[in-house]
Ligand binder design. Structure first.
Ligand SMILES: *Cc1c(COP(=O)(O)O)cnc(C)c1O
Length: 376
């Protein structure tokens, strides 16, 4: 059993991907080839955003976004602590300071209640709070209505890190349309992944889209050797765009398959004592980038070892909250100890999740989970 099975999808796509690659090899425009522009159009259509700007990775998407928003020394940007490192990392790369927010223990996403204390903590540290990067952890959109009302009255901009949630929805709308800009990642194991690194930025703002395109191509102006700002090399390879175009044809169906797999896990596991499986409200459609549950008692590593003995792979997203990481432990935090982020990092465990999980595999996972809880 695979934790993320990319081969089943590869077999389904077979010749379609072979042909897409052969076509790029034949036309030879490996940078800025026609597939890149076509992909941008299809991505924008898929999520209903005005602009999609393809770039080299989800991390570059965030870095470019922060550069376009002018983030720099003396600025503070609020980010969740229970999350992947990229948002905090790009803030620090630009000389600004991340301020870590606590998590909502039920949704794993940032707790909107910790935004105002985060602003206070930033000011106390002598920093200028400028914005917030929300993360849609494991594919579930953050609580945007609550976040938007907070950032509005605090005078912050909002960026949505949708690296795990492209294709998701909530009652507030479709992912890709929250904040001044939204970013995503096409890392191979993300719900929509390429065969290498890739990412995209979504925005409704024409001027911002133009600036992002310039920034990702060395700050170019009227032509390639006219540099009107300092940029980076942040382009998406044509070959990756061609792969993504092929995969995008299956993506809507794969989101449904992921949701079906999540529903089966819920049916198999929700009555099991000692764990809490994720509960998704009716009006939220997650992309289930991870199926992450909480282990309510007992020791996680021995639990995982028992799963391993039954042939069931698992993973921990994320074992150390960012405010505890050596690279970030001197940065401000919103509330003392960030107790929910700390607790979650100790008790979360992710089960195999991908569109091609079979019922038999999920029954094996559920049996292993029950067995591992019973024998300790
Ligand atoms: C994967 C991920 C990123 C970074 O994407 P890359 O394409 O790997 O650079 C950023 N944020 C979150 C929440 C992620 O899960």
């Amino acid at each position: 059993m695979e934790f993320v099975d990319l081969q089943s999808q590869r077999q389904r796509l077979g010749k379609r991907l072979d042909d897409a690659l052969a076509s790029v090899l034949a036309h030879g425009r490996f940078i800025n080839g026609p597939e890149v522009g076509l992909l941008e159009k299809r991505l924008a259509e898929f999520c209903g955003a005005r602009h999609a700007v393809a770039c080299a990775s989800g991390t570059d998407a965030l870095l470019l976004g922060m550069m376009a928003l002018g983030v720099g020394r003396g600025d503070a940007v609020l980010v969740p602590s229970f999350s992947f490192v990229a948002p905090a990392e790009v803030v620090r790369l630009l000389g600004a300071t991340p301020v870590f927010l606590d998590a909502d223990p039920a949704t794993f996403n940032l707790d909107p209640e910790s935004i105002a204390p985060g602003v206070t903590a930033a000011k106390r540290a002598g920093l200028r709070p400028v914005g917030l990067i929300a993360v849609d952890l494991f594919g579930r959109p953050a609580d945007y209505p609550a976040i938007e009302s907070q950032v509005e009255c605090l005078g912050l901009w909002l960026v949505a890190d949708a690296a795990q949630s492209f294709g998701a929805r909530s009652r507030a709308g479709r992912v890709g349309n929250f904040g001044v800009l939204a970013t995503t990642s096409f890392y191979p194991s993300k719900p929509l992944g390429c065969y290498g690194d890739g990412g995209a930025i979504f925005t409704g703002d024409d001027a911002l889209a133009r600036e992002l395109r310039s920034l990702l191509s060395h700050g170019c102006g009227a032509h390639a050797y006219d540099h009107v700002r300092v940029g980076i090399n942040g382009r998406l390879d044509t070959i990756q765009a061609a792969i993504l175009l092929g995969k995008l044809d299956l993506f809507a169906e794969e989101i449904v398959l992921r949701d079906r797999a999540a529903g089966r896990y819920r049916d198999l596991l929700s009555d099991v004592d000692g764990i809490a499986v994720p509960v998704m409200p009716e009006d939220v459609a997650s992309t289930w980038a991870q199926y992450t549950m909480r282990l309510l008692r007992g020791e996680r590593e021995s639990f995982r070892e028992k799963l391993r003995q039954e042939g069931v792979p698992s993973a921990v997203h994320y074992p150390v909250p960012l405010h505890r990481q050596p690279a970030f432990r001197d940065d401000p935090i919103a509330v003392d100890g960030l107790p929910a982020a700390e607790r979650l990092s100790e008790i979360v465990i992710s089960l195999p999740m991908h569109p091609y999980l079979t019922i038999a595999e999920q029954e094996r996972v559920a049996a292993a989970v029950r067995g591992s809880l019973a024998t300790r």
